[in-house]
Design a protein around this ligand. Sequence first.
Ligand code: DAT
Length: 179
Amino acid sequence: ESAVPQVDRKVPNILVTGTPGTGKTTTSELIAQATGLSHVNVGDLVKEKQLHEGYLEEFDTHVLDEDKLIDELEDIMSEGGKIVDFHSCGIFPERWFDLVLVLRADTNVLYPRMENRNYNQRKITENIECEIMQVVLEEARECYAEEIVIELPSNDIDEMESNVERVRQWVDAYKANHA
Ligand code: DAT
């Protein structure tokens, strides 16, 4: 395995990933408020800037144009201090991130969250299977250094608050070490 070139950012970049409905957007917003880092919602960016090759009716999803997305994000990420929120993590360059959070939720809480979003049955089933098989967690472990990948339970508000507090402390420590 080749070593990843170290990028010494004064303020860290954090990836928040996980199956849809695990709480990425909500948690990222709270981390942004607690730390002053800025939240980049990749799903929204893809739609706004048309970084896709069209919409797939069958899967109720946009087909990502990965090259366009990476180009769009490269300058933003080089500034540091970004919280990137996306349901997949293998498409991003490893050097972009100092911390990778994988949010997890039990299927009995994930299911109603997706129903509330009016996801079709097929999309709900796919996402539930994805969560059970820990697809995103395994992808994160394959793509990033073991010590920067953190699995966080996100079943209720208490867990969310404790996750945000933990990240706030981590960001403070990072900044102190990179001042
Ligand atoms: P994601 O961005 O991963 O798709 P979200 O942040 O939009 O998820 O959250 C989906 C819904 O679930 C939203 O109504 C907020 C709620 N939710 C997420 N995480 C939660 C948690 N830990 N406790 C309670 N509700 C949560």
